[in-house]
Each structure stands twice: as structure tokens, then as C-alpha cells.
Design a protein around this ligand. Structure first.
Ligand SMILES: Cc1cc2nc3c(=O)[nH]c(=O)nc-3n(C[C@H](O)[C@H](O)[C@H](O)COP(=O)(O)OP(=O)(O)OC[C@H]3O[C@@H](n4cnc5c(N)ncnc54)[C@H](O)[C@@H]3O)c2cc1C
Length: 396
């Protein structure tokens, strides 16, 4: 009887975790299935680039997992039943169910609408490939002087506004910030950011909360109307409601609450990694949704799964957040280090070299997903125990 590991999502967290598990556990004992809604690995960190017209490398998941022993199931996850240890999926073959002994939930996140009227109907976003492609088409149709309003002063909003303004100087790009632009950065990095916005001609509307989006404008809480041929909603990420609906313990954000080993605190045969995990970092604070977090959490989750299945001590891998590396178009970027309390340190790095480094980081992340077993110790370990299906309500 093989132990069935099912990994939900083949993004930065899930794809790498699946490869890691396949490399280190013996195929004589385990069966690994990855479920993903789309056939390619989507480089989410580049979706604003895709939206403005750049072409991204296509990485077929079938090629990524070829020869690793990982089975790929192309289907959309619609539910998880932790009592029966099953996952409900729907795909080209219709509806189906997958049984697991260990589940790694890594479905990432999508755009957070915050219930603002009109966002779902009229705004665009860059959080998923299909929405980025929809935006790409709209932007391609915009002529000289077309207006683009980016809502949100977080990392994605900043990267989106600067990338768009740099690539399309014919457009008029503005950013709406609920607070002040870059207020969390060190004063020097903040100055750098503002200079970049000035250089790129991006208008910033601070202390402004958008309360409604219409086809050609966004309206602020005080009634101010911002004309916009395109409104790009970058006001945060939200996780899929599947985890909360399944009965797994979730935080207010809907993220799965995990212990230090990324194991669900309510269901010990479920692990979570990436954006959908509510994981506490080494500084005692929840880790932010980021590619770095996807890396740390999937490494910790896989280390724990392997250790528990093979009867060894569970190792602790680092869960430290070092800082933010923010692109400001292709030729400029900021790297802001943070301290143990997640506060910006007084120094930062900025400029063209930092932009080149960021390009290298993006390239490296894409490459490591395409080669998920590269460089991992090839120690295919045998399981210490056979799967225990005694507690499962319906035998799968
Ligand atoms: C434009 C943009 C720029 C960014 N820039 C940075 C950056 O510079 N640095 C940084 O650290 N972070 C950045 N991020 C955030 C980073 O991309 C995410 O934190 C990261 O992708 C999280 O990885 P993940 O594996 O948890 O989720 P994802 O990468 O989103 O992967 C989730 C996977 O699950 C699949 N999936 C989702 N729902 C279902 C379902 N129901 N059924 C089946 N499959 C499903 C998806 O297809 C996807 O393959 C950026 C994000 C965006 C949108």
C-alpha cells in the first residue's frame, strides 16, 4: 500500500515541493500527485510585465515533472474533505475525487476586491494569468493619452505603475494610495521611490480610498472622481475560500493556520505552504504573501512530511524575512532590508544594478521551478510506516 501525497497547486510553493518530495522519498513507497488548474507554470511575479505586452517563457508543467515520478492532474480543485481525506476536482474529464494520505495545500491567492462595488465588473488586475491577459488586450487597445489608474500602494501596485509608465510613455499613469507612498520604506529608499515616480511621470493621489469603480472612472470616499480608461486593482491578495469551507482551521484572512512545521493545527495530515498558509515567521509575525515565503514554507513543509513519514526528527528550516526587492520598471529597483521586527533598516540599495539583480532573482525562481529536483539530495528514503487509513470516514 503506497502512501498518497497530493499537492494542490503548482505555483512557486507547490511545484517545488512536489519535486523535492519526489527526489527524496522512494517511489516504492509513495505516490505523488500534483493538481493544477492550468497546464503551465505561471510566473506570477511577472504578470504585470505580461499585462504591458511582454512575452513570458512558457513552462509546461508536464515537462517540469517529466521523469520525476510526479503525476500531474490538470483540474480545478473545488473542495477538500479532511474527514474523508479527499479532494474534489473538476476538469476536462468532468468531476472527480482524489484520495490522499498527506495533503499539501498550496493554491496561492488571487485579487482581493474588499467588496468595493464595481471592482469585479470593471477593474482589471495582474494577480492571475487570465486577468493579466485581459488587461493586456485592453491596454493594447489604448491610444495616446489613455489613462490608467492603479489602485493600491503596495508592492504590486508600485511595480505595476512603474512598469506600465516605463513601457508606455504614451499613457497617463496615476496611482491611488490609501496612505502615503512608500511610507514603510526607509527615508532614503522612499526618496528614491518618489524620484522614480517623478521621472516616469506617474501622478500619485495619497490619502485616498476608492469606494467605487465604474467603466471610465474610480470614485473616492470623499466623492472625488478619477477618470480612468483602465482601473487596475492592486489593493491586496485574498486566498481561495476552499480552505475555510473545508473545515480546516483558518485565520481571519482565510489562510490555513499552521504550526512551525507548516502542518495544519486542526488536521495533522494536511500541510500548507505559500500564500495560503498562515505561518508565523521567526520574528513572531505572520509571514507576508511573497515568493520568499513560498520558498521557506514549502521547504519546511516538505522537510516535515519527509521526516514524519520516515521516522526521523523533524528539522526546523529558517522562516526569516529579509526585505523587499521592488522593481521600478526594467532599469531601476529598490532593495529594502528589514530588521527582526520587520521594520525597514535605515539603509537600502537602489538603481540599475539592483534592477539587474531583481531580473536575476525572477529568472532564478522560474528556473528552479522548471527544474524542481535539481540540486536536491537524491536520497530516496523508505517509509517507516504504512499509511494509516483507519480514521478515514469512507475508505478511498
Ligand atoms: C504582479 C505580481 C508581482 C509580484 N512580485 C513579487 C515580487 O517581486 N516578490 C515576491 O516575493 N512576491 C511577488 N509577488 C507575490 C508572489 O507571486 C506570490 O506570493 C507567490 O506566487 C505565492 O506562491 P504560491 O505558490 O503560494 O501561489 P501561486 O504562485 O499563485 O501558485 C498557486 C497555484 O495554484 C493553482 N491554483 C489556484 N487555484 C486553483 C484551484 N482551485 N485548482 C487548481 N489549481 C489552482 C494556480 O494555477 C497556481 O499554479 C507578486 C505577485 C504578483 C501578482
Amino acid at each position: 500500500m503506497k502512501h498518497r501525497i497530493v499537492v494542490l497547486g503548482a505555483g512557486y510553493a507547490g511545484a517545488f515541493a512536489a519535486g523535492n518530495l519526489a527526489r527524496r522519498l522512494s517511489p516504492a513507497d509513495i505516490e505523488i500527485t500534483v493538481v493544477n488548474a492550468v497546464p503551465d507554470f505561471v510566473e506570477r511575479m511577472r504578470l504585470h510585465q505580461l499585462a504591458i505586452g511582454q512575452d513570458l517563457a512558457v513552462r509546461k508543467l508536464a515537462d517540469v515533472f517529466a521523469g520525476t515520478g510526479v503525476r500531474l492532474r490538470l483540474a480545478r480543485v473545488t473542495g477538500v474533505d479532511p474527514g474523508r481525506r479527499t479532494v474534489a476536482v473538476t476538469g476536462e474529464d468532468g468531476d472527480g475525487e482524489l484520495a490522499y494520505d498527506t495533503l499539501l495545500y498550496a493554491l496561492g491567492s488571487s485579487v482581493a476586491h474588499h467588496g468595493v462595488p464595481g471592482v469585479a465588473e470593471y477593474a482589471f488586475d495582474v494577480t492571475g494569468r487570465s486577468s493579466a491577459l485581459r488587461l493586456r488586450e485592453r491596454l493594447a487597445g489604448l491610444g495616446d493619452g489613455g489613462t490608467v489608474l492603479v489602485v493600491g500602494e503596495g508592492l504590486t501596485g508600485i511595480e505595476t505603475a512603474t512598469e506600465f509608465a516605463e513601457a508606455r510613455s504614451d499613457l497617463s499613469v496615476a496611482l491611488v494610495a490609501r496612505g502615503e507612498l512608500g511610507t514603510w520604506l526607509s527615508s532614503k529608499a522612499r526618496r528614491h521611490l518618489r524620484q522614480a515616480f517623478d521621472r516616469l511621470g506617474i501622478t500619485v493621489h495619497e490619502h485616498t480610498a476608492i469606494e467605487a469603480v465604474e467603466p471610465t472612472r474610480a470614485i473616492a470616499a470623499d466623492g472625488t472622481s478619477f477618470p480612468a480608461d483602465v482601473t487596475v486593482w492592486s489593493a491586496g491578495f485574498a486566498v481561495h475560500p476552499i480552505a475555510a469551507a473545508s473545515g480546516l482551521k483558518v485565520a481571519e484572512t482565510g489562510q490555513i493556520v499552521v504550526d512551525r512545521t507548516m502542518r495544519s493545527v486542526s488536521h495533522p495530515d494536511v500541510y500548507a505552504a505559500g500564500d495560503c498558509a498562515y505561518a508565523i515567521g521567526d520574528n513572531g509575525r505572520p509571514l507576508p504573501m511573497s515568493c520568499g515565503t513560498a520558498g521557506y514554507t514549502n521547504m519546511q513543509a516538505t522537510a516535515a512530511i519527509i521526516a514524519r513519514l520516515t521516522g526521523s526528527e523533524v528539522p526546523t528550516t529558517g522562516l526569516k524575512y529579509y526585505g523587499n526587492h521592488i522593481s521600478l520598471g526594467k532599469r531601476d529597483a529598490i532593495f529594502q532590508m528589514v530588521d527582526g521586527d520587520a521594520r525597514s533598516k535605515s539603509w537600502y540599495l537602489g538603481g540599475r544594478t539592483v534592477a539587474r539583480l531583481k531580473a536575476g532573482v525572477l529568472k532564478g525562481a522560474g528556473w528552479s521551478i522548471s527544474h524542481p529536483t535539481f540540486g536536491l539530495p537524491k536520497r530516496r528514503r523508505r517509509l517507516a510506516t504504512v499509511p494509516d487509513r483507519s480514521g478515514v470516514k469512507v475508505a478511498a
